[in-house]
Write a protein that binds this ligand. Sequence first.
Ligand code: FUL
Length: 511
Amino acid sequence: MMKNATLLFGLALAAFTLPTGLQAQEAFGLKQQNLDNPENTPKPVFPVPSARQLKWNETEFYAFFHYGMNTYTNAEWGDGSEDNATFNPTAAPNPRQWLEAAQKAGMKGGIAVVKHHDGFCLWPTKTTDHHVGNSGTTYGSETNIPRDFAKAAEELDMKYGFYVSPWDLNSAYWGEKDAEGNYTDNYTKKVFFEQCAELAAYGNKQFEMWFDGATGGDHRGYYGGANALRTIDNAQTYYDIPNLRDSIHNSCPDIILWGVGGEARWIGNEAGWAGETNWAMGDREYGNENGWQWHPGESDAKGTSHGWFWHEGESVKSAETLFKMYLETVGRNATLILNLPPDKSGSLPAATVTRMEELGALMTQRLGTDLAPAATVTASETRTAGRTVSYAAQNVTDGNKDTYWATNDGTIQASLTFTWDEPQVVRYVSMMEFIKLGQRVKKFTIETSEDGVNFTPRATNIAQTTIGYKRIIPLNGNTSNSYGDGFRAKALRITINDSKACPLLHTVSIY
Ligand code: FUL
């Protein structure tokens, strides 16, 4: 009898103190989480960017500097026959001055052309005699652009990289064929790979190497004295791109090989615009929603009136025009590489420097004061938190790109509302997706409300489709001279209307 009572009491106690199932999970603080995915992390939507592509995208706005033999021959494309002594700077070339000007405009880096199609190298290369060291001119012989450019960029805490033309109109090896009519690998092995390796040695913090797509055609070249028309049929195989990519990444892990390198794409024009709808997959201005490879767009555009290289009478575009280009590229999920050509002195003309200061001031005036962190942010739905990770609406204004707002799986329509204590004047909205898990958003709308109750859609003439790395919407729907009076708003609402999967936004800024 006594024995049975003890047993019963023991069983009752066990039932009370040893919870099972849900109770046990709660006891361990797991609530209803899936044990395989304790943070409730959303599944990626493929393709996703590589780590180096993500870092590259963060560079956003950077400069292009076309300087070299063409600066002294008034050409855009030389033919490779130019004499070394023609490279004759009237002062010591000053890449630090180039980068300082770019930094004043808000750019985070720069790419220097160190060899254009004419083949003249702006560093003392071992691969050819056609280089600065043999120019014999006062400042020419001392010039070493990659060395000075990399040093200045590191000092200024800017990202840097080099444009090295695969096409080489000076080299006897370029496009050379053997007796059977097959291309030899002399150029790729003895010249191009070696030049890329020499350049990679100028600093392992390089973020991009720029390879133009020119492949010969109807432009006559010197080619070591052959004076011929030459062409290659397939740049990918001729330049042995997969091998080149691997060898460069071994020494410079963060370099994106642009263009023929396959890691970022040409935006399809050189006028400084990307599609309003722009996917990071696919090609050209608009990309492709269903592209299988992460292939983000870069827009290369001239900051001056005429050439990529400096010419007599070259003038710099207005700050307003450059700001429009910024909105239509960086503001549309592309990066912008803006060309600023140094003149014969090896420095940027004073007018270019002044214009960059003006552009910087305009950028600060228009996109410098973010009103979003002062707002209360609410969401129509917030994804169930993980063990340590929250997907709360406030994540979009915490200044941390690693935290984001998300909805639950299956919810592809949702809104975020920003409300201020006092009405604000708003003009631009900038949104950034958490693209580490893929580009998702296909359609959205932005509305403002003066009273916090009645909302009016804004910028309805603009395709409010993709977001991607970054999308900036001028609320008056105008990318040119779009400053305007702005809208008085007690609240602003962003509604995602369609998305490939649950939307993930890591930052929203309102100006
Ligand atoms: C092109 C080149 O042919 C132009 O001269 C210029 O360098 C431009 C940025 O890329 O492929």
